[in-house]
Design a protein around this ligand. Sequence first.
Ligand code: GTP
Length: 579
Amino acid sequence: YPPDKIRNFSIIAHVDHGKSTLADRLLELTGTIRKGHGQPQYLDKLQVERERGITVKAQTATMFHQHNFLGTDTKFLLNLIDTPGHVDFNYEVSRSLAACQGVLLVVDAAQGVQAQTVANFYLAFEANLTIIPIINKIDQPTADPDRVKEQLKSIFDLDPNEALLTSAKTGQGLELVLPAVIERIPPPPGDSSSPLRMLLLDSYYDEYKGVICHVAVVDGALRKGEKISSAATGQSYEVLDVGIMHPELTQTGVLLTGQVGYVVSGMRSTKEARVGDTLYHTRSTVKPLPGFKPVKHMVFAGLYPADGSDFEALSHAIERLTCNDASVSVTKESSTALGLGSDVVSWACSIWMFSINGLNSKVHIQNPAMLPSNPKQRVTACWEPTVIATIIIPSEYVGSIITLCSERRGEQLEYSFIDSQRALMKYRLPLREIVVDFYNELKSITSGYASFDYEEADYQASDLVKLDILLNGQPVDAMATIVHRLKAQRVGRELVEKLKKFIDRQMFEITIQAAIGSKVIARETISAMRKNVLAKCYGGDVTRKRKLLEKQKEGKKRMKRVGSVDIPQEAFHELLKGS
Ligand code: GTP
């Protein structure tokens, strides 16, 4: 297949607008899967995707379609490059789009344009791709394709006459989709006489074959038995197997310019397969394809076993969970102060940047315990990562969104109406403020009508302080957190109140304090269970009674000093929610 008979495209859509169903119908239409015989929604392959009902990892399929184009009946090779539909995978989406020349922008005819439609549109637009709007689900009684056409014009400046009206459910309008792909989307522009350059789109681990990479050949050709190298890691491999996804792995022994397929090359872990990497023939010199970004960790979670002896088991379990996801990395650390009483304690936080003693070098801090405790080392400036959030809501919820975003330290960047009933708002928000519970709250205050998407933005100067939690005067390092100074008082108060609710009374008094440095900003006390030492003391001997009470007080003091406090897991969960 020469490049002019190849078309590479993706389907992009807001969650649930019908991307996977449409992809299945196209695979059926071309005979790539048999009608009714494929798994429901073939492209949602990984089990986690089924369980969560969303497309997490990109999966790709090749199909063949006969079409009369420019007067000749020609068989075209069409590569459908699936993209993750979830807000957290913008980079992966952008890399999949880098292998395409066009997209089908699917919009639900009843729901209209939503936040991820906007985000995905801009990714495709910035990549200079041909955009074919598809208004799907026109069979629904509440479908209003004309309103969607209006939105396409007003938000994206797309020509409403170019939109195709479909129902992936009833099949209506689907016969026009592949002809539009062939006629409107240009063929891949690569150069077949140049040295090989291919883009790594995705990878997964197969028990029998090992690491399988999905690739798009941009220039040149790849054959079985050749040696390839990675521009990102410098490692070299021998190509053991190569072919196309049709939709199962189908050996072809070669991938030519413009083709999309798989490569097995003896990589030991998916961590070696970096999404967006350029693979090329070892010993050839090529310029890496643009746009590669090494994985940048933005959100961190600490997991601690309740019982130290479970550490290895926990560590093994986490490795198994994350082995198929190259974007997760795991490091082991220990916490001296974590109490007992729960199975696994999990703790999420984001990353901050600090300048210590006014030095120019900035330190990345992901765990509050990494901040200097030496009083001579002073934090002189702090920054925190931010995101740009796009929120689309029915206009009656605008007030609630403004309140929510200002509580979360958001800065409004844009506020406009996309039609007579819907508003689009853009906010810059600290990443920290959206990691915990933002999405749930957004959904709840808008009765589920808000749609939300975000992209990473810069670090921003911020007045951050470390908030310590002390139990009986002892700081619990795993409970320390970093908060904005203006929120410290409120967060500190909430934390100690929550802890009071979740820690059981014990034989000794427990004080719970929240402190910034040496300054206590909130305090609660859990009184001791009072053992009635007087129970056995009949009669009215006041001196004896006093002696017994005195002794009890002494005992309590001792216990307070030596006593350890059990902190139940709920306490950590509750702390997490509010901080
Ligand atoms: P993610 O995988 O989460 O990104 O969702 P998606 O965009 O792939 O949507 P999916 O194909 O899973 O469809 C979501 C729901 O809409 C499913 O219940 C489909 O059966 C239904 N659906 C898809 N297309 C149509 C359509 O044309 N009409 C109707 N009535 N329902 C549809």
